[in-house]
Design a protein around this ligand. Structure first.
Ligand code: ASP
Length: 327
């Protein structure tokens, strides 16, 4: 039998509220051992050990927690007696942690994240079934070298591309226009696509993790938005991700302020989009002096993860642009 380590971080999957109800609960209340004991059939899938690394609402995840989690998974996954890792996590920021781990785990063994939209105390909680399937996926030979994955509602998503698209339904995720990596039927795994972007053991960021990440902010553009927010943030941040309109766009006032901050303070900018689907390319109309990196298909929050790691390696704008093409 394969040995899977379940690393628990909290989230709604470990949430408790009024018995039977789905609202008014606190995430990260019960230990993962308790969730596992509610699914005895999981013991037929693998030899399972668990590690309660933290127990928080995923809105508490931050640079420090990401590094702590990635370092611990890297330690566990190098062990010969560990065949795969499952991470339980809140759904609110699972897309950020999944991309961070996709870039920083130095192994091709399966790493599968999962969570739940209903707390453990709800009628028909979705967490135990998601956890069951995540463990089954982590034991699957085909799950090697797929990058960090997220298993949710019978569906296998790529850690790079997954995004939360519904804050109310159980089927809360998708993977942009790329569909998904595959489906599951109970413990059976069906892959049918693969990411082309560099990840895990091939990622330069997984070779050596930094002790600290630089400060990178996100600003949201809207009609009439005051450009001074860019100047304000550039005083305390190395880089700013703009969640622009359309193809990562903004007003002339913002364009001038980007020029000013890039020239005077050396601030690095990424043009992402507030539009959930599509791709942001370089644009000579909105970025005539080529100060900005195009986010490609990354959302603003994922572009922030990549840029934070990339800035630990280089500040050269052309090298950063190449990293955004590759990852
Ligand atoms: N607020 C919760 C969390 O992210 C939501 C969830 O897990 O579904 O921890």
């Amino acid at each position: 039998m394969k040995h899977i380590v379940v690393v628990a971080t909290g989230g709604t999957i470990a949430g408790i509220g009024e018995k039977g109800k789905t609202v008014v609960y606190h995430a990260g209340e019960i230990r993962v051992a308790e969730i596992l004991s509610s699914i005895p059939s999981v013991q037929h899938l693998a030899h399972i050990t668990e590690e309660q690394l933290m127990n928080v609402d995923s809105n508490e995840m931050n640079e420090e927690n990401w590094l702590f989690l990635a370092n611990r998974i890297n330690e566990l996954i190098q062990r010969d007696d560990v065949d795969g890792i499952v991470v339980t996590h809140g759904t609110d920021t699972i897309e950020e942690t999944a991309y961070f781990l996709n870039l920083t785990i130095h192994s091709d063994k399966p790493v599968v994240m999962t969570g739940a939209m209903r707390p453990a105390s709800a009628t028909s909680a979705d967490g135990p079934y998601n956890l069951y399937q995540a463990i089954a996926l982590a034991t699957c030979d085909d799950a090697r070298n797929q990058g960090v994955m997220v298993l949710f509602s019978n569906t296998i998503y790529s850690g790079r591309d997954i995004q939360k698209v519904n804050n109310y339904k159980i089927d809360a995720f998708d993977q942009k226009s790329f569909g998904c990596l595959g489906y599951m039927q109970d413990e059976k795994v069906y892959f049918f696509s693969k990411t082309f972007k560099t990840h895990t053991h091939d990622s330069i960021f997984s070779e050596h993790l930094p002790e600290k990440l630089p400060r990178v902010a996100i600003v949201y553009y809207y009609g009439g938005a005051d450009a001074h927010i860019l100047e304000y943030l550039s005083a305390s941040h190395e880089a700013i991700i703009i969640a622009g309109s359309g193809n990562g766009n903004y007003s002339k006032e913002w364009m001038n302020m980007i020029d000013h901050c890039a020239n005077e303070k050396g601030t690095i900018f990424v043009r992402a989009s507030r539009v959930p689907l599509g791709i942001v390319f370089n644009d000579h109309v909105f970025d005539p002096h080529e100060h900005c990196i195009a986010a490609n298909t990354l959302s603003a929050q994922k572009a922030r993860i990549l840029l934070s790691l990339a800035l630990t390696q280089t500040h050269d704008i052309n090298e950063l642009k190449e990293i955004f093409r590759q990852y």
